[in-house]
Ligand binder design. Structure first.
Ligand code: ZN
Length: 676
């Protein structure tokens, strides 16, 4: 019987993939890859793109086509069996990537190609891919002595295991906690949140109402629950997940994992000659020095902190005067914040939601894409799926199928929290044709309840546009070399540019007219509500800014100073909070134990990327503000200079080509309502 993961199909054969096939498929592909690499090195004495780059890309792509659905299912349809198979492969994959990364023969072949007679005839994309490859060989330790290479491989393998463990602990700790409540406990809750709690109980086979730590449950508690004891209890459970504190203290505890990850990252960076992991991280980024990053973050903090303090003082005063609440706690901030927001702007999330039914939002978003980039989106009715919630869409340009994407919108058990875009197939030149790029777009929205369609909150709307912005970067690429196609080869600190950029269309009246429509009457968002909503847009934006800066500075200083003046994670976090934050959380808060971005995602010493790219995206959008948000010519320029180029050109060159100058910090501050 053939293994479906080894088939060469345009879309993954999800229904035929079983857990037992995962390890054999990955092992087979790794062995095939090793054999093919040795053969091609032995068969050629001079190297060309045709005899080196193309066959290597074929090898990598076969592995990516098999691994992408496995990684995806592990994230969205997790089970003990799949987790076991996934983890077993992580070690193999890490060892394989170390093997290729340290392969002297392969490194020499690339070096020869870069300096050889064929070099001038290479395309810009091929040249960029070779430059990236040579850099990555060095970062993989190709220059190291053999004993150091071995140690390097061990570290990488261990780090990938620890990252997976970290994320499993967070997932398990999240799923382990729940609380049965009565309707009386949920005073202040909007109808939709109560319905969600009822659905959660039903899913768990229980009567009544159930609170969980999944985001669609956690957020309404923090925002609306009048019962302070419940807010405090849920807050404590949430912010102590996977730690030594809280209701499951010591179970799924990430404390030791965090320490070991930081030690190993430092050792790995030093093996390669960097003084810290932060320096190592910048070797592949748009920012050049650790000092540049710290100064960038501190400048933003300097511009925003006074405003954040004023906003916090206003909230405290409001809670004291209007609600007799003398000392605001961390679990009060969102609750009284929402009350103050409603009082100032008479706008609540619940008032907006009926105007944002998911179908209307999707078709509106697709129309925005059509008007900006001339691409049309249509749904595919029959396809091989892995869950009833999942949908598949095609993108056509000039009558040709140019991309496809899966949409998996709703929160459910055994699905990793948050939202993300991932690639399923990358655009590349194959022997006879271009491979059509395919993306996964995953969110954790509140599912539809009963006959009511899913109604999005503003923040869900923004999330959807954000992830779709990533998707467009992946799908509208014009590159045919996989290593620089879509988001491949784009530095982390520039990769959030297209995503944050696309969020801007959620906030434009002209776009909202297309995106919104009452789910019962179809009427668009009323003008008065729209005006209040836009006025409320920058409510507490100073506090939001310093919160993100707190995460970014914590991450960056942790990876710059660990083992060199810093050995206490909590101590550093407290220090950063004192420097830039305005809210002091309780001492049991273990935010860092669930900070998957930096401990199990790719954001280590890179969380600053969000703000870095936000400067780029705000400044890019300011050109649309000047020329019209649906200006097709401006849209075509953005597509050509940013979306289509992928990693084939330096990120700064892309930006300058589109904007006509280097980025300015001012549009971001202006958009955030922060007076500089
Ligand atoms: Zn993003």
């Amino acid at each position: 019987m053939t293994n479906p993961l080894l088939e060469d199909s345009p879309l993954p054969p999800f229904s035929r993939i079983t857990t037992e096939q995962v390890e054999p498929a990955i092992k087979t592909l790794i062995n095939r890859g090793k054999t093919a690499i040795e053969q091609l090195l032995a068969a050629n004495s001079t190297f060309t793109p045709e005899n080196l780059l193309q066959p290597l890309e074929d090898i990598d792509d076969a592995l990516a086509r098999a691994w992408s659905p496995v990684g995806h299912l592990n994230g969205v349809l997790n089970s003990d069996e799949l987790r076991g198979a996934y983890n077993a492969c992580l070690g193999e994959l890490s060892a394989y990537s170390t093997w290729t990364g340290q392969h002297a023969g392969l490194f020499n072949a690339y070096s020869e190609l870069a300096d050889g007679p064929g070099a001038p005839s290479m395309t810009a994309a091929q040249k960029a891919s070779v430059e990236h490859a040579l850099r990555d060989f060095r970062l993989a330790g190709v220059d190291l002595a053999e004993s150091d290479q071995q140690r390097f491989g061990e570290i990488r393998k261990r780090l990938s295991e620890l990252g997976a463990r970290f994320s499993e602990n967070v997932l398990d700790a999240t799923d382990a906690w729940q609380k049965s409540v009565t309707e009386d406990d949920l005073q202040g809750f909007p109808e939709t949140a109560i319905a969600n709690a009822r659905q959660a109980a039903e899913n768990a086979g229980q009567e009544g109402l159930l609170l969980t730590l999944e985001f669609p449950s956690y957020l309404p508690v923090m925002t609306y629950c009048d019962n302070e004891a419940i807010r405090r209890e849920v807050y404590e459970a949430f912010c102590t997940r996977a730690s030594d504190q809280g209701p499951h203290a010591g179970q799924w505890d990430n404390s030791e994992i965090i320490g070991e990850i930081l030690d190993l990252r430092l050792e790995l960076a030093r093996l390669l000659g960097f003084s810290s992991y932060a320096e190592y991280s910048l070797a592949t980024k748009m920012a050049s020095t650790t000092r540049e990053v710290i100064e960038f973050l501190e400048e933003l903090a300097g511009q925003s902190r006074t405003q954040a303090q004023t906003e916090w003082a206003e909230l405290q005063q409001y809670a004291r005067e209007q609600h007799g609440r003398t000392e605001l706690q961390a679990w009060d901030a969102a609750y009284y914040g929402e009350k103050l927001r409603q009082e100032k702007f008479q706008v609540s999330q619940e008032e907006i939601r009926p105007y944002l039914p998911v179908e209307r939002v999707l078709s509106g978003m697709f129309e925005v894409v059509q008007r900006l980039y001339g691409a049309t989106v249509s749904e595919v009715s029959e396809f091989d799926s892995y869950h009833p919630d999942v949908r598949l869409f095609d993108i056509h340009q000039d009558g040709a199928l140019t991309a496809r994407f899966y949409l998996d919108l709703y929160a459910r058990p055994n699905k990793r929290g948050g939202a993300w875009m991932d690639d399923c197939r990358v655009r590349r030149q194959r022997e006879n044709a271009i491979q059509v790029p395919v993306a996964y777009l995953v969110c954790n929205f509140t599912p539809p309840v009963g006959d009511t369609p899913a109604l999005l909150t503003e923040s869900e709307l923004t999330t959807l546009f954000h992830e779709f912005g990533h998707g467009l970067h992946h799908m509208l690429t014009q590159q045919t070399v996989a290593a620089v196609s879509g988001i491949n080869g784009v530095p982390w600190d520039a990769v959030e540019l297209p995503s944050q950029f696309f969020e801007n269309w959620c906030w434009e009246p002209e776009a909202l007219a297309i995106i919104s429509g009452h789910y019962q009457t179809g009427e668009p968002l009323p003008q008065a509500l729209l005006e209040r909503m836009l006025a409320a847009r920058n409510f507490q934006s100073g506090m939001q800014m310093v919160r993100q800066l707190e995460f970014a500075l914590f991450d960056f200083r942790l990876h710059r100073d660990w083992g060199d003046g810093v050995d206490d994670v909590q101590g550093l976090l407290d220090q950063v909070r004192a420097d830039v934050g305005v809210i002091t959380p309780p001492s049991y808060n273990r935010f860092q134990h669930g900070f998957s971005h930096i401990f199990s995602g790719g954001y280590a010493a890179g969380y600053y990327s969000y703000k870095w790219a936000e400067v780029l995206s705000a400044d890019a959008f300011s050109r649309f503000e000047e020329e019209g948000i649906f200006n097709a010519e401006t849209g075509a320029d953005f597509r050509r200079h940013i979306l289509e180029t992928g990693g084939s050109r330096e990120a700064m060159e892309n930006f300058v080509a589109f904007r006509g100058r280097k980025p300015s910090i001012k549009p971001l501050l202006r958009h955030s309502g922060i007076a500089a």
